[in-house]
Design a binder for this molecule. Structure first.
Ligand code: ARG
Length: 471
């Protein structure tokens, strides 16, 4: 039976129910509800409502008595949710209506005034911004922890050598610390990206109402100050349609996860019998259900695997926006799960990687051994000839022929006699031998950002300083 509507009738079950003659189908309620995941935004939603209510009172759109009731009701609701006793109702769709409806039930008509000059469209845009602002700060903290773990390893192994690779072929010897500090830089840029994104997250969308603004005398600047936003959005339509800031955030997270994944790949290789460059603590590995001898690097494997989810989330968000006409469309409700999953995945991965690093040891003996063989000081020999005024291309060719000779004789460059070396260039003298040693090679790379012990010690000090870390 369609409900008959008049002024005295009990309010409709749905906050938007006035226009509807029929009850929403149960299947539709189930399909449209987002409360099972957006309940995560309750603190942000309530913070936004408090600021909005204060503004309404200041503008005399509600009385001070009503403001008191609203704030008291919101506090109670927040506590109930904190304590896990609040009952979320899927038929109320989302976090906004679950809170608002409960508020009305608790405090009566004053509660029904909270949504004055506000729409769920600007409300959800606000909630996501508040949420992303908070988690950006948390992720930055986790990035700092991870950078600290890299710096600790760089300090611990200062002076120890390892092979450096291009194309996964042995290229030139370098310091383990240099390799660790490369990751310090990568995660440092991720921190910068998170901080930079805050400029665009910290813009207040509230006050756009549904899409066109409101005729009621609101004060958006006041709300922005209450919520610590740097500015108010300039265009009401853009305010409710924009999710660029979320795409940027997830894209930054994708880079973080990709950086983690690249390092994970190295750990997986390094932990293999073939490399044996690192030893991961037993407590950070798992075994095989059939092969008793196995010790598997599951943590880096899973981090590498989880980069697929995060990348997928970025694709989901971008695709979600493609083809959306102005302004708010219900499609936008689909932004939350990829955002939340990204935050959860990156949070877990950053935390466990930092722990794993604290439980990783480099096999310095094996790493040093690996720098011998593979003619990794060939470039040093070419540079030596350049110092003797031989053009680099010519020097490259001379050393190429020398290496071919070494392969034929099954000798390392450093094992050749001076006379053998001089077959290829009479510019080669006794002083070539330090150049052909691994330490000599490493320490010759004194260019800014190079791997010599001097440059790496400087870089490490800068890194430790920036983290306020004392070894
Ligand atoms: N749950 C919605 C979302 O996440 C909130 C906004 C809904 N607005 C609307 N007019 N139905 O996007």
């Amino acid at each position: 039976m369609p409900e008959k509507k008049d002024q005295n009738q009990t309010p409709p079950a749905k906050l938007w129910g006035g226009r509807f003659a029929e009850k929403t189908a149960a299947s539709v309620e189930a399909f449209t509800a987002s409360i099972h995941y957006d309940s995560r935004l309750y603190r942000h939603d309530i913070a936004g409502s408090r600021a909005h209510a204060r503004m309404l009172a200041r503008q005399e759109l509600i009385s001070h008595n009503e403001l008191g009731l609203i704030l008291g009701g919101l506090d109670e609701i927040e506590q109930e949710i904190d304590q896990g006793v609040f009952v979320f109702r899927p038929e109320l769709e989302d976090i906004h209506m679950n809170i608002e409806k409960t508020l009305v039930e608790k405090i009566g008509p004053a509660g029904a005034k909270l949504h004055t000059a506000r729409s769920r469209n600007d409300q959800i845009a606000l909630d996501i911004r508040l949420y992303l602002r908070e988690v950006s700060g948390q992720l930055e903290g986790l990035l700092i922890n991870l950078q600290t773990a890299f710096v600790k390893l760089a300090r611990k192994y200062l002076g120890a050598v390892m092979p450096g690779y291009t194309h996964l072929q042995r290229a030139q010897p370098l310091l383990i610390s240099h390799h660790m500090l490369a990751y310090f830089e990568m995660f440092g840029r991720d921190r910068q990206r998170l901080v930079d994104g805050l400029k665009r997250i910290n813009v207040l969308p509230l006050g756009a109402a549904a899409l066109a603004g409101t005729g009621l005398p609101i004060d958006r600047e006041f709300v922005a100050r209450e919520l610590d936003f740097l500015s108010v959005s300039a265009n009401s339509m853009d305010s409710v349609a924009d999710r660029d800031f979320a795409v940027e955030f997830v894209s930054t997270c994708t880079l973080i996860q990709i950086h983690l994944s690249r390092f994970s790949e190295e750990l997986v290789l390094w932990a293999s019998e073939e490399f044996s460059f690192v030893n991961l603590a037993d407590s950070f590995c798992t075994g095989s259900s059939i092969m008793p001898q196995k010790k598997n690097p599951d943590i880096p494997e899973l981090i590498r695997g989880k980069s697929a989810r995060v990348t997928g989330n970025l694709m989901a968000l971008i695709t979600l926006l493609k083809g959306l006409p102005m302004t708010y469309n219900r499609d936008l409700q689909e932004d939350k799960e990829p955002i939340f999953d990204t935050v959860d995945t990156v949070t877990q991965s950053l935390a466990i990687m930092a722990e794993l690093l604290d439980n990783t040891e480099f096999n310095t003996g094996r790493l040093e051994e690996a720098t011998i063989g593979g003619y990794m000081t060939a470039t040093d020999l070419a540079d030596y000839l350049v110092r003797k005024n031989i053009p680099f291309r010519k020097a490259h060719e001379i050393v190429g022929r020398t290496v071919a000779y070494c392969i034929q004789k099954e000798k390392e460059l450093a094992e050749l006699e001076l006379a053998e070396l001089r077959q290829f260039s009479d510019q080669i003298e006794e002083d070539v031998f330090p150049v052909l040693s691994v330490q000599g090679s490493v320490n010759s790379r004194t260019s800014a950002g190079g791997t010599s012990a001097i440059r790496v010690a400087e870089a490490l000090a800068v890194a430790e300083n920036s983290l306020d870390f004392t070894p």
